[in-house]
Design a protein around this ligand. Structure first.
Ligand SMILES: [Zn+2]
Length: 385
């Protein structure tokens, strides 16, 4: 019989609301129950008293380039696993590995390597960020390697990922952009609008063509103007779009985050890290694809030009910021970090909430919202002490 564990006494965040003095029962790799306390405890079960703590679902990161000193774009299999493990230590139990702009052949080769890790369940899939992005909004992507989104090239990456491509970020206003969006949608790959110089009207067209995600809303796109509302207004107003937000205090002013969160509503926001190698590791010099990055005081910038080059964020910090600084409720924070990205990835049957039958992926936080424990598929990655 599978081992049973009971987590008792905590405030447990469920889709229906928070249960005080809740009880989560884990059997093997799955959640077996989430009934409130009261039923007699099974004497043959391992019970952990988590009074004074929160139990929330494991975090789901849609957009993440690396961590622990390792890069998903250039590292070996061991490096990628080290990056994934680093983020697990910070509560991310489901992670989509993102690549940055590179040569087409190189990206196809990376897709092959990452698809094997996806097959093994180490990562949830692949997100291609670039090379089909706007030179005007390239951020930390290598300009000489950018190209227009030719559907044949998009198809090449989808094929190289062998069914494990989850998302592709592109500037949909470029030649071939709308056809590429349609192609992605047909193949069940999320078309994400980002690193874009599109107008409001061009963005609306891309959404009508099938785009469903805004890649790090506000960053690497034209600002919100009163006569030229640009992509931000189009992405925020459309119910079909989920907006990614990097809640690290560097990429977004808290007022911009608040504006987006309230306009889109808690059901349409996904907090992401957009993390690079230095996440969970430290300051220093790193490579982001072919470009050199200097990380100082946890802020990553290109050595040349000084563009922000990804973040060093982990999702446990995004959680704490959301609740303590942005004053977003714990329940809405859980939607943005767990349920919404899980649904977007088509994984809501297995992850994203603490319901019976789903994977036992959960995070234990103390009363100050600092991380105290992480469980993935029934095993403690970080055991609460
Ligand atoms: Zn990114």
């Amino acid at each position: 019989m599978a081992t049973r564990k009971i987590l008792a006494g905590a405030q447990v965040v469920l889709p229906t609301g928070t249960v005080t003095d809740g009880r989560v029962t884990v059997e093997g790799t799955r959640i077996a129950g989430n009934a409130p306390a009261g039923a007699p405890a099974d004497p043959h079960t391992d019970t952990l008293d988590l009074t004074g703590h929160w139990v929330v679902p494991g975090f789901v990161d849609l957009h993440n380039h690396g961590g622990g000193g390792a890069s998903f774009t250039s590292g070996t299999v061991e490096d990628v696993l080290k990056g994934v493990h680093t983020h697990r230590l910070h509560g991310t139990t489901t992670l989509v590995a993102s690549t940055v702009t590179g040569e087409m052949d190189f990206l196809a080769e990376r897709a092959g390597l990452l698809s094997e890790l996806a097959e093994q369940g180490d990562i949830a899939g692949i997100h291609f960020e670039g090379p089909f992005i706007s030179p005007c909004r390239k951020g930390a992507h290598s300009e000489s390697l950018l190209r227009h989104p030719d559907p044949a090239d998009v198809r090449k990456l989808i094929d190289a990922a062998r069914g494990r491509a989850k998302m592709l970020t592109l500037a949909t206003e470029l030649p071939g952009g709308l056809d590429s969006v349609r192609l992605l949608a047909e193949h069940g790959v999320i078309a994400a609008i980002g690193h874009t110089d599109a107008t409001y009207e061009q963005t609306v067209e891309a959404i009508d063509a099938g785009a469903t995600v805004a890649t790090h809303l506000f960053n690497a796109m034209p600002g919100l103007g009163h006569r030229a509302p640009g992509p931000i207004a189009a992405l925020l107003e459309d119910e079909r779009i989920t907006v990614e937000l990097i809640n690290d205090g560097t990429h977004l002013h808290p007022a911009a985050l608040e504006l987006a969160f309230h306009r889109a509503g808690a059901g349409r926001v996904a907090f992401i890290t957009d993390a690079m190698d230095a996440a969970g590791f430290g300051d220093g010099r790193y490579m982001l694809g072919p470009l050199e990055v200097e990380v100082k005081d946890s802020v990553a910038r290109l050595v040349e030009g000084g563009s922000i080059a990804g973040s060093t964020l982990t999702l446990d910090r995004a959680f704490k910021r959301s609740v303590t600084i942005d004053k977003i409720s714990v329940e809405d924070t859980v939607r943005a970090l767990c349920a919404n990205p899980a649904a977007l990835l088509g994984m809501a049957d297995t992850v994203g909430s603490l319901e019976p039958g789903k994977d036992a992926d959960l995070v234990v936080l103390d009363a100050s919202f600092d991380l105290k424990g992480v469980m993935r598929k029934g095993e403690w990655v970080v055991e609460p002490s």
